[in-house]
Design a protein around this ligand. Structure first.
Ligand code: GDP
Length: 231
């Protein structure tokens, strides 16, 4: 199935004590502001305005929850790194998000949206450092791939994989990196397959092209097991 299709907005949450009681499995979407998170959620949901809900005034600084057809929840975490936010508010948000990803019991996986041209940012690294000790998986959507040539796409995906392996050598098996583009719909099927796996749902059936042949899903990349040691 397409796990995010027909998702519906449920609620916005600004503090730990407003989080919905643990129940249905939850997947979280995180990323630097402007990385392409809303576009990725909308592309996966096959909607134009779903995550737009999260961009409404008052909602950009909250965790926005969506309910999926399967009953699972998507938590759209506020984009971080936005320069115009005052320092103490930024810290409040980083602490809240860090606590959420570290301790949220129903969370089964984290989808991290990274602009493929810029790679993983320090704030992404901070969030991963909070999340990874729980041993749960991370799907990195390396997005805006349509802005890169084929060889630049490979270089960008490899650089993200190598960077994460170097930063988190003990957690390499938790990462899956998928080259992605919301506008060109690259990587949708690979992302859906990973999300279905987390939620124990049937994976999507491959889309058919106009000529009736099955479209090949882009290969996702695992992270190499650790940095190469000097000889
Ligand atoms: P968010 O702040 O992380 O939610 O980012 P948005 O989804 O709002 O995207 C930020 C900007 O990047 C917008 O101008 C989008 O149109 C653009 N964008 C997002 N995803 C893609 C993509 O896959 N390809 C291209 N070319 N532009 C994208």
């Amino acid at each position: 199935m397409h796990p995010l299709q027909n998702a519906e907005f449920v609620l916005s949450v600004a503090n730990d004590d407003q989080l919905p009681p643990p129940g249905a499995p939850e997947i979280a979407f995180a990323g630097r502001s402007n990385a392409g998170k809303s576009s990725a959620i909308n592309a996966l949901a096959n909607r134009t305005r779903l995550a737009f809900t999260s961009k409404m005034p008052g909602r950009t600084q909250q965790i926005n929850f969506f309910r999926l057809i399967s009953g699972a929840l998507v938590a759209d975490l506020p984009g971080y790194g936005y320069a115009a936010v005052p320092q103490d508010l930024k810290r409040h948000w980083q602490d809240f998000l860090g606590r959420y990803v570290a301790t949220r019991q129903p969370l089964v996986g984290l989808v991290l949206i990274v602009d493929a041209r810029h790679g993983v940012s320090q704030l992404d690294v901070n969030l991963l450092a909070s999340f990874l000790p729980s041993a749960r998986p991370v799907l990195v959507l390396a997005t805006k791939m349509d802005k890169l040539t084929a060889s630049e796409q490979r270089t960008a995906a490899n650089a993200i994989a190598a960077g994460l392996a170097e930063l988190f050598p003990l957690h390499s098996t938790q990462f899956r990196i998928v080259p992605f583009s919301s506008t060109r719909r690259i990587g949708i099927e690979a992302a859906e397959t990973a999300i279905c796996d987390w939620l124990q749902l049937e994976p999507p059936t491959p889309e058919r092209t106009e000529r009736g042949t099955k479209e090949k899903a882009p290969r996702s990349r695992g992270v190499p097991r650790g940095p190469k040691r000097p000889a």
